[in-house]
Design a protein around this ligand. Structure first.
Ligand code: DAH
Length: 343
């Protein structure tokens, strides 16, 4: 096929466009230049890209695109002159093109887990409530049996506000206010955001989500705690063979305190890269300390109870196999929209 140069195209077009007297001529020019076997195609075919250096290819690209743009813009102008601006405007809007997609938002995986847990706990007679994120030092620490000089305060690096209040380091800060407000018997959960002064890495964030649970009544024992935890886990993971174990754990506001582990659902307890030991530490919990009940105005000689502080972020990571905690706060809708509610 006969090849053609940029200059030839430019000159030929300048001449032919002046000769266009009607819309039909414009259409013909479009076909002649832009068609499958048109001038632009021939122009491209005249170059052997395999022999060209990257620099030459780039120069070709720029020149080609500039010329094509000039061609398109000139035709629009000439067309506008020929038929009047209004008509051109109408022609430019192609009503048959599909509309622009508007992205639909998605529920964040932590919220999904939270919503699911609220439904499960409500099914067991718990109320779901929210508490403040800025709390008194007393409610975050002292009321929970963590006095000023207690080493447990060092366990949590705290954001202190200038007025002496703190950003709650755990949702356990709701325990005593709830007891004071509602008294016993009580079944309540408090999902919410907590803050710790942490270095951010793959498994630590300075902002994370917990779900605190508190059940106080007459004769509540560890058996009730285990029963509620088992129900919760089988509903969250949609299977009734989730194995749990309790290890002793120290938290000043419970006695005895436990770490509740679940057998790894990925490897069935054999030990894998995620769990290493076959078990995953999931829910710290215990029997409410008599001092906490007293601070809440509940008589520990009449009532007992259990409490737990479930890491919602951790649970969402387990449930949806999310390997990296920083993804939760990345604000990228492509991340959020991968997860689907299961209740
Ligand atoms: N508040 C504790 C923490 O953030 C977790 C916790 C442990 C909560 C034991 C509880 C509990 O209610 O009984 O580390």
């Amino acid at each position: 096929m006969e090849t053609i140069s940029f200059n030839e195209v430019r000159e030929a077009f300048a001449k032919e466009v002046l000769e266009a007297k009607a819309i039909d001529d414009i259409e013909k020019l479009k076909v002649k230049y832009m068609g499958r076997k048109g001038v632009f195609r021939r122009l491209q075919d005249g170059f052997d890209f395999q022999l060209m250096s990257a620099k030459e290819k780039k120069r070709f690209g720029i020149e080609f695109n500039t010329l094509k743009k000039h061609f398109e813009e000139t035709l629009i102008e000439v067309e506008a002159k020929l038929v009047g601006d209004n008509v051109t405007l109408v022609r430019k809007i192609d009503v048959s093109l599909p509309g622009k997609d508007s992205r639909i938002g998605a529920i964040h995986p932590v919220n999904l887990v939270q919503i699911e847990l609220e439904a499960i706990f409500q099914g067991m007679g718990f109320s779901a409530m929210t508490g403040p994120e800025v709390v008194s030092e007393f409610n975050n620490f002292d009321a929970l049996n963590i006095p000023n000089d207690h080493p447990a305060r060092d366990m949590q690096d705290t954001y202190w506000l200038k007025n002496g209040m703190v950003l709650r380091t755990h949702t356990s800060s709701n325990q005593v206010p709830a007891l004071k407000k509602f008294g016993a018997p009580l079944r309540v959960i408090f999902p919410g955001r907590c803050f710790r002064y942490e270095n951010v890495d793959a498994s630590h964030e300075n902002t994370f989500y917990q779900l605190e649970g508190l059940m106080v009544d007459r004769d509540i024992s560890v058996a009730h705690l285990i029963g509620v935890m088992k129900t919760l886990l089988s509903e969250v993971f949609h299977r009734d063979d989730v194995k749990i174990r309790l290890r002793p754990g120290y938290f000043p506001f419970v006695e005895p305190g436990f770490e509740l582990d679940i057998q790894c659902l990925l490897c069935g307890g054999k030990g894998c890269l995620t769990c290493r030991t076959g078990w995953i530490e999931l829910i710290p919990c215990g029997m409410v300390h008599p001092m906490v009940l007293k601070h809440g105005g509940v008589d520990p000689s009449k009532y007992t109870g259990f409490a737990f502080g479930l890491g919602l972020t951790r649970l969402a990571m387990m449930k949806f196999s999310i390997p990296e905690i920083r993804l939760f706060n990345c604000g990228d809708i492509r991340f959020n929209s991968q997860f689907i509610a299961t209740v």
